[in-house]
Write a protein that binds this ligand. Structure first.
Ligand code: CA
Ligand code: ZN
Length: 320
């Protein structure tokens, strides 16, 4: 799409030919949501996102405010990608992620891996400036911005933006970061892409239930892989590709099994491995990990299997 470089659509991202403000958001993924933007594959799009609390946590005065779980994780969208048809894969590249200046992380009684050691809810604000996150006088570290929620309309029904699933959603994979491409299974015309839940930083597991929750701006583009589907999202970085497995919170082992199966299936179906070779290769070179495990909070747990890009499997999909 043509645009005037002297009058860019987005001052933040001059490459963008579309801008989608966070006014356009939903708390679920569904094929019934009306597209907020129509794009062609390859178009650069500036997507503005809310933080997961939709801006409700503004300072110490409301840092611990209870928030209705149906109002968590607004996802900006949906974006209709022309030419996307059921059975295709929508590849979403995150060219840039710019968090705002201030984020927050919170603990909740009864949630997360250390909940039994902490009885009071607690909120920590973080300042983000010039790529550095400042937690307090002693603790600072580099920002590693990422998107917690990225997904498309699911095959059937409406799925809240809180859980993850085959459609993507709240995958909370901290490798969904600048430079990564997320491959999503298209189930409806246009795919209906949406995203949100930016974190200035989030560790594997997100053990207390939040990353550094922050609003911001994202520069994306999309591509279509026609006629090749994926059963769960696959993230591709410069050096690896990563499958996901999602299960109910008590079933981390099931989530791990699914992530392993997804990786093995791609090695067998696309790269000619036997299942035994895939099993061995993933054992000796794959990294099985946890994207999100806020046990014992309700919801989903998410496992990931990271496969190195080598000559024998340089991408997740072999495209003729
Ligand atoms: Ca999240
Ligand atoms: Zn989040």
């Amino acid at each position: 799409m043509e645009h005037d470089r002297n009058n860019p659509i987005s001052p933040l991202f001059p490459q963008a030919v579309h801008y989608l403000s966070r006014e356009h958001h939903h708390f679920s993924f569904s094929s019934s949501h009306t597209p907020a933007l129509v794009v062609d594959p390859g178009d650069f799009i500036h997507v503005q996102t809310w933080d997961c609390y939709k801006g409700a946590i503004t300072g110490p005065q409301n840092a611990l405010a209870a928030i209705d779980s149906s109002l968590i994780n607004p996802a900006t969208g949906p974006i209709f990608v022309r030419g996307a048809e059921p059975g295709d894969t929508l590849s979403v590249t995150l060219h840039d992620i710019r968090p705002g200046l201030r984020g927050v992380a919170r603990t909740y009684p009864g949630d997360g891996q250390l909940h039994h050691l902490v009885s009071e809810p607690f909120a920590q604000f973080f300042d983000v400036k010039d790529g550095i996150v400042r937690m307090n006088d002693r603790v600072s570290f580099p920002a590693s911005p990422m998107l917690g929620v990225v997904g498309v309309a699911p095959e059937s029904g409406e799925i809240a933006t809180m859980p993850a699933g085959r459609h993507g959603g709240n995958l909370d994979n901290n490798q969904n970061r600048i430079g990564s491409t997320i491959h999503l299974p298209v189930k409806h015309p246009g795919a209906l892409l949406a995203m949100g839940d930016m974190h200035a930083s989030m560790g594997d597991g997100e053990i207390c239930g939040t990353g550094i929750e922050i609003a911001g701006d994202v520069l994306i583009s999309t591509e279509l892989i026609k006629g090749i589907g994926t059963s769960y999202p696959v993230t591709e970085t410069a050096t690896s590709w990563i499958t996901h497995g999602v299960a109910a919170v008590a079933d981390l082992y099931e989530a791990m099994r699914i992530a392993c199966e997804e990786a093995a299936k791609l090695l067998v179906d696309h790269w000619g491995f036997t299942m035994s070779e895939a099993f061995i290769f993933l054992s000796v070179q794959g990294n099985l990990g946890i994207a999100q495990a806020v046990h014992p909070a309700e919801g989903t747990v998410i496992a990931k299997m990271e496969v190195p890009k080598i000559k024998a499997c340089p991408k997740p999909f072999k495209i003729a």
